[in-house]
Unconditional design. Structure first.
Lengths: 108, 113
């Protein structure tokens, strides 16, 4: 069901920016891109979402390419607590369908 | 402001039994979605309830059913439990028709033996 493609895993050094890519080449004009993360054994946590403009909040920044076929989630200064599985979702209709996500490991 | 609460947190059932899981949405939310998450996999969408009706359904058999109450809380029922139903069951709440994100509960860990 997922309309997105993400790398299976990534590593990042503590204190550096973590850039997580997502491909969504079949996205439609009115479909939003959402990012969630899931820390081990907890429920997913909403991070950010956007339609076509870049977005920023206290957790992260979302960069969406002009053709909207891909996006990047940026954690500006990754900490050990950012180690989690990150899910990129293209929302179709009223529900969210998760893929396998990217396992981000932040290393000291 | 309470977030999404799920009960129970853990549950052990025997094959063939029935189970009911409960969810109270975040204050102000009117839509509840249920997910099943097997170990090592992403959450799989089961169904979504709004105005006490099932609005969307994922690829799950009829053994999985649900209900939403007038206060927006929801139940997930699973009949004739199979070993493969062992998973973390997540509830998420949201506002119908809005593009804001979902708020998830911490889940119910169901083990079928």
């Amino acid at each position: 069901d997922a309309k997105t493609t993400q790398p299976t895993s990534m590593d990042c050094a503590e204190g550096r920016a973590a850039n997580l890519p997502c491909n969504h080449s079949t996205i439609s004009g009115n479909e939003y891109v959402y990012w969630y993360r899931q820390i081990h054994s907890q429920g997913p946590q909403y991070i950010i979402h956007g339609l076509k403009n870049n977005e920023t909040n206290e957790m992260a920044s979302l960069i969406i390419t002009e053709d909207r076929k891909s996006s990047t989630l940026i954690l500006p200064h990754a900490t050990l607590r950012d180690t989690a599985v990150y899910y990129c979702i293209v929302r179709v209709g009223h529900d969210m369908r998760f893929g396998a996500g990217t396992r981000l490991t932040v290393k000291p | 402001d309470a977030g999404v609460t799920q009960s129970p947190t853990h549950l052990i059932k025997t094959r063939g039994q029935q189970v009911t899981l409960r969810c109270s949405p975040k204050s102000g939310h009117d839509t509840v979605s249920w997910y099943q998450q097997a170990l090592g996999q992403g959450p799989q969408f089961i169904f979504q309830y709004y105005e006490e009706e099932e609005r969307q359904r994922g690829n799950f058999p009829d053994r999985f059913s649900g209900h939403q109450f007038p206060n927006y809380s929801s139940e997930l029922n699973v009949n004739a439990l199979l070993l493969g139903d062992s998973a973390l069951y997540l509830c998420a709440s949201s506002l119908w028709g809005r593009d804001s994100g979902y708020t998830f509960g911490s889940g119910t860990r169901l083990t079928v033996v």
